[in-house]
Design a protein around this ligand. Structure first.
Ligand SMILES: [Zn+2]
Length: 104
């Protein structure tokens, strides 16, 4: 499997985990409100903020170069508008130079 395919898989996984978290929050928020918590804005803000933290942690600390193990999250996220795969223009790791099309 090419390095690019593994990074695409990690990127999709990070997106799915983050979306799952926010969907769960959408279910839990009405339950908390039904239990008597009145401050809806505080509940929503807390879930959005913690969802953002989940997103940040996955993108920036779980998407690593397979060779040098440095974080590629920022590079991958900022170079592609597609949430499901890395940009085709990104062809190598900026830290160690390994090709993303090379078989691992
Ligand atoms: Zn690298």
């Amino acid at each position: 499997m090419a390095h690019r395919n593994k990074l695409n898989k990690k990127k999709r996984k990070a997106l799915i985990i983050t979306l799952s978290y926010w969907l769960t929050a959408l279910v839990i928020c009405p339950i908390l409100i039904g239990l008597g918590l009145k401050n809806i804005a505080l509940i929503a803000f807390t879930f959005l903020l913690s969802g953002g933290v989940v997103f940040y942690l996955h993108y920036y600390y779980c998407i690593l170069c397979l060779k040098c193990k440095k974080s590629l999250g920022f590079v991958i996220f900022s170079s592609s508008k597609n949430f499901f795969k890395i940009s085709d223009e990104l062809t190598f790791c900026p830290y160690c130079g390994v090709s993303f099309d090379k078989e691992v």
